[in-house]
Design a protein around this ligand. Structure first.
Ligand code: ME8
Length: 674
């Protein structure tokens, strides 16, 4: 088995401030890096920032800043927000660094040399207001008419521009074989199935250069073209470890760490990492990463956290009320890794209080205090079997077996990225030890000199257990584990103690360090009240005009502020709006954006309605939801399915995210809106 481990996070866009989502992936990666270092591996952990492209150029222009200054400020914002968490990344890659540009060009050259990049005309539907092309799957096409811009509602122009293309179509079979031969290439399983069905549906060649974007890496030997931002960005994972450049150890360093063992991403960028990225690597003849793990999203108020929705968790507020260890612990423990999870401060307080303050913290502290009081701060060795009552002996052996068993279980789970289950092993072992202490009541044994051996066995068992817990949780709770370690009388770094070297009996005869509570209990009412005062109010989504969800815009370009056009009440009443309830929801094959619903409008038969919201909602979660439907719209065909109405949604933010309209109170299906 290789003795190196390479773990990466996505590189984050420098067009908005870091939030809990970015912190989350980085916390996971850092914990994985620490886990493997503690077990003796040579680890390289990479994170960084994605700094090129039109969006970033635009964001800088909106702020009136030179783009270099804009990106530098955001990089600093990310690094400052991350600093308290003590991340152990070996490098912070920036796509604006020269070595990266040079090496990304090298990757490009190799793909060209192998015949996978060619120049052609890009022909597509272009909106001059958005300044972008739309794919046919992104627009509504009616026979005999040009498609209409989903954002601006004006006919699109058919335009052609010169572009380089990546022969993605040549990789369909290779990718399918890759997924089949390496079931762990995409994790978790549900994400793998998603990608499989996407690739099975066929792959088109990909336009990988732009002449309209200047802020990016020039295409080698053709500087009028700028590399497509994802080609540039994805290559960071190899450029930062020495591929194609002499920085940071050059080729030998690259050979040592590539292929990566684990590439962590959010499921929002799954396709880029499991279709495009392996195809780019194969095109250049480079090996593929072992595992791309696409984790779930933190939701806030039931929706994905995002700047445009105004529901992001502010890292400054988080930092003020919670220790970095409590946040790390919550991230690994609360969310079942791979699935979405709703973030609430209440849950963070509850988890911290229940498992850290009252659980592990209390156990550690009360054991240490008793050792201080009854044994002068010197850990007693375990007495002999013959010197204590049989029942106590058996019970202590059982506790010992459970704690030592937890070590192996923790490792197995953590190694396979079941973080919450790994931690649960420790939580359960802590409970077992707690019950043992409560049942054996050492404070009573301490009053009876004849029970000295019994007292020694109880406290020795408890402290040996705490020692195990401190070592196991070091990757998750780096500061608190180290504090526990010192209170146990150890010198040195707990992070350097390989759990494989743990043995029962190592705590005995140690002289304790200075004792202090490690996880104080949070006053929930007070913390929640303070946070309420500090948090920026959630932005109302109503600021943007309501649009039909069907016309979800593709990307970018804020809608222009329109002059109001007045209509009479008669015009309005022509539109029949009704309450509908989603009965079934399904993706539409070969249409990324569309979902197909059957909706109960209180009529004899449910209606079939299509809406372009697939990228923003998980369809399974929409079943049962009440929506507003335009019920008297003439039926029309979309992707071969008849759509018998429209679902209303707000169009939010720069990306025009659809947010479904709904009701706070109960309403019957079919009720009319007026
Ligand atoms: O996509 N919950 O950058 P980005 C959990 N630059 N994780 C979240 C999250 C949430 N609500 N929101 C964001 C980009 N993340 C590209 C990547 S890689 C070559 C280029 C995390 O700033 C998650 O890891 O939008 C997600 O994939 C990433 O931040 C997106 O960061």
């Amino acid at each position: 088995m290789s003795n190196t481990f390479y773990v990466t996070t996505p590189i984050y866009y420098v067009n908005s401030n870091p939030h809990l989502g970015h912190l989350y992936t980085t916390i996971i990666a850092d914990s994985v890096a620490r886990f493997h270092r503690q077990r003796g591996k040579e680890v390289f952990f990479l994170t960084g920032t994605d700094e090129h492209g039109q969006n970033i150029e635009r964001a800088a222009a909106e702020r009136g800043l030179p783009v270099e200054e804009h990106v530098n400020r955001y990089v600093e914002a990310f690094q400052q927000a991350f600093a308290p968490y003590g991340f152990t990344n070996n490098h912070w890659v920036r796509t604006t660094h020269d070595y990266h540009k040079q090496a990304a060009q090298e990757l490009w050259r190799r793909a060209v040399a192998n015949g996978f990049i060619y120049k052609d005309k890009y022909e597509g539907w272009y909106c001059a207001n958005c300044n972008q092309f739309y794919l046919e799957s992104e627009v509504v096409i009616e026979a005999g008419k040009p498609p209409v811009c989903p954002t601006h509602d004006r006919p699109l122009d058919k335009l052609a521009e010169e572009s380089y293309f990546f022969k993605l179509s040549a990789f369909q079979d290779k990718l399918l074989k890759l997924y089949e031969d390496n079931p762990n290439f995409i994790r978790p399983e549900a994400r793998r199935n998603e990608v499989l069905s996407f690739v099975n549906g066929g792959l088109n060649d990909l336009s990988v250069s732009r002449t309209s974007v200047k802020w990016g890496i020039p295409v080698p030997d053709d500087p009028a073209h700028t590399m497509y931002v994802w080609f540039d960005a994805l290559s960071n994972y190899i450029t930062a470890i020495g591929f194609g450049n002499e920085q940071y150890g050059g080729e030998p360093h690259y050979q040592k760490f590539w292929p990566a063992n684990l590439q962590l991403v959010g499921k929002d960028i799954l396709r880029f990492h499991t279709v495009y990225w392996p195809a780019f690597l194969l095109a250049a003849g480079e090996p593929l990463p072992q595992t791309v793990f696409a984790h779930g999203m933190w939701l806030s108020g039931g929706r994905k956290m995002s700047k445009t929705l105004g529901n992001v968790i502010d890292l400054a507020v988080l930092r003020k009320h919670f220790t970095t260890d409590a946040v790390r612990y919550f991230c690994l423990r609360e969310m079942s890794f791979g699935q979405d999870g709703d973030f609430t401060y209440e849950a963070l307080v509850d988890r911290t209080n229940a498992e850290l303050a009252k659980g592990l913290g209390n156990q550690c502290n009360r054991t240490l205090v008793m050792l201080q009081n009854y044994f002068g701060g010197q850990v007693p060795a375990a007495p002999l079997e013959a010197d204590v009552e049989e029942e106590l002996w058996i019970r202590a052996q059982a506790v010992r077996a459970i704690v030592t068993h937890a070590v192996g279980e923790f490792d197995l789970n953590f190694n396979s990225y079941y973080f919450s289950d790994a931690i649960e092993e420790v939580v359960n072992a802590v409970r077992t030890v707690d019950k043992f202490i409560s049942d054996k009541e050492p404070w009573k044994l301490a009053k009876n000199p004849e029970q000295r051996n019994a007292l020694a066995l109880v406290l020795n068992t408890a402290i040996e257990a705490v020692r195990h817990f401190a070592v196991l949780l070091a990757p998750v709770l780096p500061n608190s584990s180290q504090a526990m370690w010192q209170q146990l009388g150890e010198t040195g770094e707990v992070a350097a103690v390989n759990p494989a070297t743990l043995a029962w009996g190592q705590a005995a005869n140690k002289t304790l360090g200075e004792i202090a509570p490690i996880f104080p209990t949070l006053d929930k009412g007070k913390v929640m009240e303070e946070i309420k005062q500090e948090e920026a109010p959630i932005q109302p989504a109503a600021a943007a005009p309501a649009v039909v969800a069907e016309a979800a815009p593709a990307v970018e370009a804020p809608a222009p502020v329109a002059e109001p056009t007045y209509i009479g009440i008669d015009d309005f009443t022509k539109v029949e709006l009704r309450v509908g309830q989603i009965l079934t929801a399904d993706p539409v094959p070969k249409a990324d954006k569309l979902l197909r619903f059957t909706i109960d409008l209180g009529e004899a038969e449910p209606r079939q309605i299509l809406a372009g919201i697939a990228q923003y909602y998980e369809y399974e979660k929409l079943i049962g939801r009440k929506v507003i439907v335009v019920a008297n719209l003439a039926p029309r065909k979309l992707r071969g399915f008849e759509s018998q109405g429209m679902i209303l949604a707000a169009s939010v933010g720069d990306e025009g995210k659809p947010v479904l309209a709904g009701f706070l109170e109960e309403v019957p299906n079919g009720a009319k809106l007026r």
